[in-house]
Design a protein around this ligand. Structure first.
Ligand code: ADP
Ligand SMILES: O=C(O)[C@@H](O)C(=O)COP(=O)(O)O
Length: 417
């Protein structure tokens, strides 16, 4: 294994794995820190954790355990994957985890670059944009768990870490890999360990990747990984390979716990043509809606590729959080989806689409699998996944990714259509 990656959620990890696979690296996504050794032939390992919204100390401990395992597999470069919208709270967990990895690896000049232009995320003057809006006006300011209210990534990150945060601006980035490398050295001379790097197009990310060839640690969204495989190829360490997919027959279903804008539009679109069951926070907490009732509904509607969703608009989410507590409610809903994923599999579902990062972490935990094979891309940032060697296909969709018809598109592609 050459490149060792630690993802702070499951959708994000599949996004990164997608980029690496498309660039020709043999990549496996692991569900948590594996027990044994990786299969021979894996060139990039992505250890998917569910650390984005947990206590910082626990996120650090899990990330260091993942680092230890990846080091044991022989990795020579490490990547910490977080969200392209920098999802985190003022306390963390991007800063604390990055800081712990910096110390463990003795890293200097650590790139911080959430940019993902293919999905509209760009960084200019240290500020993160989603499309033509600043992050803090993109809808992310109303995220249920990690509301992003400051678009200045340097300032937001500095709140989370004692390590000095620096910046390489677009004037250096646009001049290519060598200029970026020199700018990073200047940042290091000023004592800046974590360096936010501007990027507005893929070309910038390829240049940043090239400049990072000899850095032990890189952090960011999947975009900044675009240029990394080529570094290994240049050294003759990897070849080229095509992405494979064997079609999966059998029932399909969709589970959605994401309350992001794009997901809500996808839910509305899919509901118009498929059976759907809405899970209301009140009903779940009061016991009016139970896992057994939802599973029974799923069984009755299995032929129609049913959708079960708790996705709600920010006003409804806010009201429910006030009533039941943010973490408690998220925990209850996630546990519900974990249970429902397990039931869906027992009922014979073979193709499952899950929307939402935290939700997908819970869904994969419910499916109790150790590793995911990565297939071709469905939409930017979302690949098809296969549960180990089983005939069970998955798509883990990040909250704001995917076209409006994503759910039906994903189910069709998993089936080979
Ligand atoms: N109706 C709801 N009210 C409150 N919280 C909800 C509701 N539906 C889902 N959630 C919680 O909101 C969070 C959404 O996060 P996530 O699944 O990561 O979605 P995204 O990828 O859009 O960020 C989860 O913890 C989920 O359990
Ligand atoms: O980088 C991204 O935007 C995604 O890979 C990701 O991490 C999204 O997280 P969720 O929106 O919480 O699914």
């Amino acid at each position: 294994m050459l490149l060792g990656c630690i993802g702070d959620d499951f959708t994000g990890s599949s996004d990164l794995a997608n980029t690496l696979v498309k660039s020709g690296m043999a990549t496996t996504q692991y569900c948590g820190v594996p027990q044994g050794r990786a299969d021979a032939g894996v060139e990039a390992g992505v250890v998917a954790l569910k650390t984005r919204s947990i206590a910082p100390g626990e996120a650090v401990a899990q990330s260091l355990a993942a680092l230890d395992w990846l080091r044991e597999q022989g990795c020579r470069q490490f990547f910490f994957k977080y969200c392209s919208t920098f999802d985190s709270t003022p306390q963390g967990n991007i800063g604390p985890v990055a800081e712990a990895l910096v110390k463990a690896l003795g890293a200097e000049k650590v790139i911080v670059c959430p940019a993902f232009p293919a999905t509209g995320r760009t960084i200019y003057q240290g500020h993160l944009f989603v499309g033509d809006r600043l992050l803090s006006e993109s809808g992310m300011e109303a995220h249920p768990l990690t509301p992003m209210t400051d678009p200045d990534i340097r300032r937001w990150l500095q709140r989370q870490t004692a390590l000095p945060v620096g910046h390489v601006g677009f004037s250096d980035v646009r001049r290519g890999a060598q200029a970026i490398g020199e700018a990073l050295i200047r940042q290091q001379a000023q004592g800046h360990k974590l360096v936010v790097v501007d990027a507005v197009q893929d070309e910038d990310l390829f240049a940043i990747g090239e400049a990072a060839a000899d850095l032990p640690l890189i952090t960011g969204g999947s975009g900044v990984a675009l240029g990394l495989p080529e570094n290994f190829r240049r050294k003759g360490l990897i070849g080229n390979r095509d992405v494979q997919w064997k079609a999966i027959d059998g029932a399909g279903a969709v589970l959605s716990g994401s309350c992001s804008r794009a997901t809500r539009a996808q839910v509305a679109h899919y509901r118009a043509g498929h059976p759907s069951l809405e899970i209301k926070a009140d009903a779940l907490i009061s016991g009016d809606m139970t896992l057994a009732a939802a599973a029974a509904w799923l069984r009755q509607n299995l032929d129609g590729a049913p959708l079960v969703f708790s996705s709600a608009d920010p006003e409804e989410v806010g009201r429910a959080q006030k009533r039941y507590g943010t973490e408690e409610l998220a925990g209850r809903i996630e546990a519900f989806f974990a249970g429902l994923a397990a039931q869906a599999r027992e009922l014979g579902v073979k193709r499952l689409v899950s929307a939402g990062g935290e939700t997908s972490g819970a869904v994969v935990q419910g499916l109790a699998c150790e590793a995911l094979q990565v297939g071709p891309e469905i939409d930017p940032g979302v690949p098809m996944l296969r549960l180990g060697d089983e005939d069970f296909g998955l798509a883990l969709k990040s909250g704001n990714f995917g076209s409006e018809d994503f759910f039906s598109k994903a189910l069709a592609m998993l089936e080979g259509r």
